[in-house]
Write a protein that binds this ligand. Structure first.
Ligand SMILES: C[S@@+](CC[C@H](N)C(=O)[O-])C[C@H]1O[C@@H](n2cnc3c(N)ncnc32)[C@H](O)[C@@H]1O
Ligand SMILES: [Zn+2]
Length: 382
């Protein structure tokens, strides 16, 4: 094992969670992605609790290794593979591993391979993992097939997408190319993006007689992080939950429709001026039990920011697809002041509708009420 060089030669020693690491010049490390790494650790701890054992983990694009080292230090891991195609990154991972004392139970391996090649090689050796981390730049779709070859049945894939312009409807062509879907720059564009991602992933799994169940979606504005559980069998494929999100441009109500329905009329106001996004996932984006387990872990570890977000996710876990933004409502209804979101949610619930906040948008609210109802209640709150 090579000795750790003098710090003055390699840069500042950083710490995130329990991991100590150095980021050599020209290598990628994003401190802003800490929340995504925290969510990874919490998810992995939740999963280890569910499985009641130590887990095997592969980080296909490990950068300088911070995420994987945190997994080994902060969660019960038995095997850890850290991979990066850049030889300098692989070298940095090795050195950063030497800066940390991993539990003796963890068997660690560092590889320097193209992610596809590594996945196919591992698959040929029949090696599957409980937790597969895929932290690619841009769209992850090109890696889905290979990555799902190394997720064991029942295991978890935790992936990133940073192609937000495509996902949120600003760039149409790449959304069609990567996901075969139409995205829209609506007020709920981030959620449309998450649903398009999950719908497209589902279809890529369906080709192989597999499907995924959602665990959570974390929207960070500049990136989307999604954790899903792989299941075996064509009969379980959730065909009913692939469809469209429709927004009426007359009354602004949002609604979902199954894939085979192509009637272009708003269910609330009968307007034909409707827009469609999809195909996309119309079911829940969250597994409530998993969120509860993660919340327990977040409390134990003192992750206040993660806990706050997990509470929001629990609130919206059972919500209909889509959400509305209070500022948009204020503009459309020519209100003098921004509708107070909490009060509006209370009023909607009093009228018997579902209503919650959403982690996708600070000033957002979810409801199954027709938009004109929300508008009337907002006017009454002025
Ligand atoms: C977003 S960074 C990873 C950051 C890391 N997961 C973290 O949380 O700190 C993406 C990494 O993927 C690597 N990479 C890009 N394309 C790859 C490929 N096809 N196979 C393997 N690694 C790749 C890059 O060298 C880069 O280090
Ligand atoms: Zn309408």
């Amino acid at each position: 094992m090579r000795g750790v060089p003098d710090m003055s030669e390699v840069g500042e020693l950083l710490q995130e969670g329990q991991a100590r690491f150095v980021v050599p010049e020209k290598l990628f490390f994003n401190p802003r992605a800490r929340l995504a790494r925290d969510f990874g650790v919490l998810g992995l701890r939740a999963e280890a609790n569910l499985q009641e054992r130590r887990l095997s983990v592969i980080d296909l694009m490990a950068g300088v290794g911070t995420r994987g080292i945190r997994y080994a230090l902060e969660a019960p891991v038995e095997r850890l593979v850290l991979n990066d195609a850049n030889p300098d990154a692989a070298e940095a991972i090795q050195r950063n591993l030497e800066r940390n004392t991993l539990p003796p139970e963890v068997q660690v391996e560092v590889t320097c391979e193209q992610a596809h090649r590594l996945c196919y090689t591992l698959r040929l050796r029949n090696e599957g993992f409980d937790w597969v981390d895929l932290d690619a730049f841009g769209s992850p779709s090109v890696f889905w097939h290979a990555a799902s070859l190394v997720v064991r049945w029942g295991g978890v894939l935790y992936f990133t997408a940073t192609d937000m312009a495509a996902l949120c409807g600003k760039l149409r062509d790449p959304a069609v190319r990567h996901y075969g879907a139409v995205t829209r720059p609506w007020e709920c564009s981030d959620e449309v993006g998450a649903r398009v991602l999950f719908g497209a992933l589902q279809q890529s799994a369906g080709e192989r007689g597999l499907y995924y169940e959602p665990l959570f979606v974390l929207d960070e504005g500049y990136a989307m992080r999604i954790a899903v559980r792989l299941r075996y069998g064509s009969s379980g494929f959730p065909v009913q939950r692939i469809g469209w999100l429709v927004q009426c441009m007359g009354c602004y109500s949002q609604t979902t429709l199954p894939l085979h329905v192509t009637v272009g009329r708003c269910r609330v106001c009968e307007s034909e001026n409707v827009q469609w996004a999809g195909p996309l996932w119309t079911g829940s984006l969250y597994d409530m039990d998993f969120l509860h387990l993660m919340s327990v872990e977040a409390r134990k570890m003192g992750h206040a920011a993660a806990l706050r977000l997990l509470r929001l996710m629990l609130d919206e876990a059972d919500s209909p697809a889509g959400y509305y933004a209070a500022p948009e409502l204020g503009k459309r209804a020519h209100l003098k002041r921004l509708p107070p979101v909490d009060a509006l949610i209370r009023q909607l619930r009093q009228e018997g509708y579902f209503a919650s906040r959403t982690h996708f948008e600070t000033a957002g609210f979810k409801t199954n009420a027709p938009y004109p109802v929300a508008q009337r209640l907002a006017e009454q709150l002025q």
